[in-house]
Design a protein around this ligand. Sequence first.
Ligand SMILES: Nc1nc2c(ncn2[C@@H]2O[C@H](COP(=O)(O)OP(=O)(O)OP(=O)(O)O)[C@@H](O)[C@H]2O)c(=O)[nH]1
Length: 598
Amino acid sequence: MPGVNVRNFSIIAHVDHGKSTLADRILEHLGAMGERDKRDQTLDTLELERERGITIKSTPVRLNYTRPNGEQYVFNLIDTPGHVDFGYEVSRSLAACEGVLLLVDASQGVEAQTIVNAYLAIDSGLTIIPVVNKIDLPAADPEGAAQELEEVVGIPAEDAIFASGKTGAGVPEILEAIVERIPPPPGDPQAPLKALIFDSFYDAYQGVILFVRVLEGTVRAKDAVTLFNTGKDFEVDKVGTFTPGLIVSDVLAAGSVGWIAAGIKDIQDAQVGDTVTSREHPTLEPFPGFKPAQPVVFSGLYPTDTEDYRKLREALERLKLNDAAFSFEPETSEALGFGFRCGFLGLLHAEIVQERLEREFDLDLIATAPAVIYRITLTNGEVIVTQNPAEFPTRDRIELVEEPYIKMSVMLPEEHVGPVMQLLQERRGSMVTMNYMGKRVELVYQVPFAEILYDFHDRLKSISRGYASMDYEIIDYREGDLQKVDIYVNGEIVDALAVIVHESKAYSLGRKVVDKMAEVIPRQMWAVPVQAAIGGKIIARATVKAFRKDVLAKCYGGDISRKKKLLSKQKKGKARMKQIGTVEVPQEAFLAVLSTDE
Ligand SMILES: Nc1nc2c(ncn2[C@@H]2O[C@H](COP(=O)(O)OP(=O)(O)OP(=O)(O)O)[C@@H](O)[C@H]2O)c(=O)[nH]1
């Protein structure tokens, strides 16, 4: 059996429970620290582009472990992305493993992502090694955390290993548990090739590098392969493993975790979750559950300087090379000119992309408020799908509108349950279950996705004093009484400011947006009206006052919210403005709908 001395595993945890620190400690224990720096000097590593600004993803790590009894093992430690936006990617990374270390912070206990990740691992049939981490903390309650894991996830408390990524306590026990508890990878090296793509990145010299777990068969250079779901054919250039760094090897056989370079030019052709198989002897069935990467949150991105349009397009093309989940297409706004409608996996993904565009590509951008995908049945029976409020049909043409719903899980201490339930109620949520776990509660709700796009996370954190954590997944589409609120500045409709909102909130939202805009638009020589309207009927109005001689400029008020911090990262203190008619409108106005004051 080739894989008998191999163990493939991953570490899963709630954010900040110490995943990276513990992984480093394990690497150090196995003498692999510093390998990351050494890889440039290794001769047989794959030659990759090392351009400024292109960060190669964190690769899996191949480690050698010698047991106290002298037996030799190879460990493949596979990294998983740590955020709700990337749930599908996490599930594919887990599918490449036979086991996981499930970390829980000894002072925090089980959190929302602990549960969600644990269920992902259970659903993938993985062995779970519970690890109570950070036991060195004065506030640590290791037994309590282990007990909580047993109650919530059903993992026996006595299986837990107590550890600290800081002191290294528990690391030897963890290494032994990996050998003893996690099974070796199954798979027949003689069978037709079946390899799961669990990650990938684009390199200018090699094309797309696939990170794969070989489930059946073998693959080597010159093999003719097919990607099962996209149906594309390629010839393998090179295969290899990780140390970290990409090491070229002759062959990858069943049980291995490694990489394949096959001159693939487009990352869309080689998506996470797809199966690599042999063209001549294809496997009968691909690895199940393939989902093409699909953006669910959309926003318009416009250069503040129209001259930068080409530069922005080149930057977007460059980002797209490495990100199958990111999409963009040209869009024109009467107010903002030429820009792009961009699609993301979630708000964090959107923020990451925007930040990279500004930092790595030195662009000044105006972003419009994020929106979800709506499904609209028109009175003539036609069904259209749009994520752009500016394209929303007029009310007389709409038969019904459906919007995406999520299933959300919130973990919190019981004393904050009241206010959090009230918040979920305000967001049109309906309760599915409420589970008590000791002093903590898990609330499961169904909520319209659009309702959490704006300030939900900030509000949840502030009303629970930071103790609540959340996770979600999109479940289905449901009918809703949704309306488009238009915004007028100085009597002109500004298409890029339109928002879709539930009927019950249209008035309060209109009020909030115009007030916020009147506050952030700099004073002009004359008074400027800002209005909100539904179907041409004005529902709210505010005025940007004319400035008096002694007032030089309007100051932007300080605000503590995360979103505004992001906005204030403007280069050289220059405010991003867009000329609309005779009025200069700052970026903040486009995100007025995101402002937290309710
Ligand atoms: N006292 C103590 N602090 C720790 C320990 N492990 C991690 N920390 C601290 O906890 C914080 C989070 O640690 P990370 O290792 O970055 O956590 P993570 O889970 O990888 O975080 P994400 O990658 O953001 O999910 C850091 O400030 C660490 O210094 C530990 O064993 N003891």
